[in-house]
Design a protein around this ligand. Structure first.
Ligand code: BTN
Length: 328
């Protein structure tokens, strides 16, 4: 776990400069041996620390840690009063909110620097290295059960795309049902998890993971094509948005979406989803359970179901374990 000393050491090294062991020991009011032990723990988090004789320790490139009160202040400045907590290390931000969802009101957010059991769709792991990407979840309450939530995960994709576009990231595409891509590479993922009564009062946790600056070591463990904001910003020759900016933009837009969704439904978001749809008009392959079908992607309907033309007829594919890939 990241305790006080470790958090203070991280803060001290976050400027990317060299700090001598003695200066760190003085700043943290601990011995140099204790500093050395904390440095070992930082390396255990996957942080690539450099040590130079005579100069001390440095985190090359520095580190932007998420600041709970700065995020809350920025959201309040946009008229959003979300209860939010930022955790250094957690199993999963979705799981954290789901554990308490019976007791939580609408509008509770959880962010983490690192997830030890980050969850992806279809039981996959979501690679979540420390302080490199963004991992956040937002808890909300709905009346009227699961049917009210139809298409919500697609609308979350629109929110993410718009937030990224506002921050200068171009060519964001949405792959049905809810992958966020840039040039065929996965940039962000969405995982909605529900609890409560599927026909009545229910709670939903909207989980979003955005690849910001994945790092080579973590990147090697991902088994699909991916990209991060660092890479995209480099390709476009512009600075990448900060994790703080991104967190504020996403939480602001997500709260706006969730506030209005029960009334509006996906129909209000459909055009904006289609404007960013990947593979529109192309032949795609849809696989659900053990079956796979090919057809031309026509778009989505007002509930978010995928429309495919197969053998001259239009067929609808609803959520669940469905994926879309261009035919090889
Ligand atoms: C996907 O497989 O595309 C969905 C990935 C969702 C990852 C996010 S990170 C924050 C939240 N907490 C989790 O454990 N998962 C989601």
């Amino acid at each position: 776990m990241v305790d006080d000393n470790l958090a203070r050491l991280l803060q001290a090294l976050s400027d990317g400069r060299y700090h001598s062991g003695q200066a760190l020991a003085d700043a943290l009011s601990i011995s140099r041996t204790a500093v050395w032990k904390q440095v070992q723990r930082l390396q255990g988090l996957g942080l690539e620390l450099q040590t130079r004789r005579g100069q001390g320790y440095c985190l090359p490139g520095g580190l932007e840690l998420l600041d709970e009160s700065a995020i809350a202040r920025a959201l309040a400045g946009r008229g959003r009063s979300l209860a939010l907590s930022v955790h250094p290390v957690i199993d999963s931000t979705n799981q954290y909110l789901l554990r308490q969802s019976g007791q939580l009101p609408a509008g509770v957010a959880c962010l983490a620097e690192q997830q030890t059991a980050g969850r992806g769709r279809r039981g996959r792991q979501w690679v979540s290295p420390f302080a490199r990407n963004l991992y956040l979840s937002l808890h909300w309450r709905f009346e009227g059960g699961a049917s009210v939530l139809e298409g919500l995960s697609l609308a979350v994709g629109v929110v993410i795309a718009e937030a990224l576009e506002d921050l200068g990231i171009a060519d964001v595409q949405l792959k049905w049902p809810n992958d966020v891509l840039a040039g065929d590479r996965k940039l962000a993922g969405i995982l909605l998890e529900m609890s409560g009564d599927p026909a009545g009062h229910c709670q939903v946790v909207v989980g979003v993971g955005v690849n910001v600056a994945m790092g080579a070591a973590a990147g090697k463990t991902i088994d699909q094509q991916w990209v991060d904001l660092q890479q995209l910003a480099q390709e476009a020759g512009r600075p990448r948005p900060s994790r703080h900016q991104l967190a504020v933009a996403l939480l602001d837009r997500l709260a706006g979406l969730l506030e209005g969704f029960a009334e509006q439904g996906f129909a209000a978001w459909r055009e904006r989803w289609l404007a960013r749809a990947a593979y529109l008009g192309e032949r795609v392959s849809v696989s659900a359970a053990n079956r796979s079908e090919q057809g031309v992607m026509l778009g989505v309907d007002d509930s978010g179901a995928l429309r495919l033309r197969i053998d001259g007829e239009e067929r609808l594919f609803h959520g669940g374990e469905v994926s879309v890939r261009p035919e090889s």
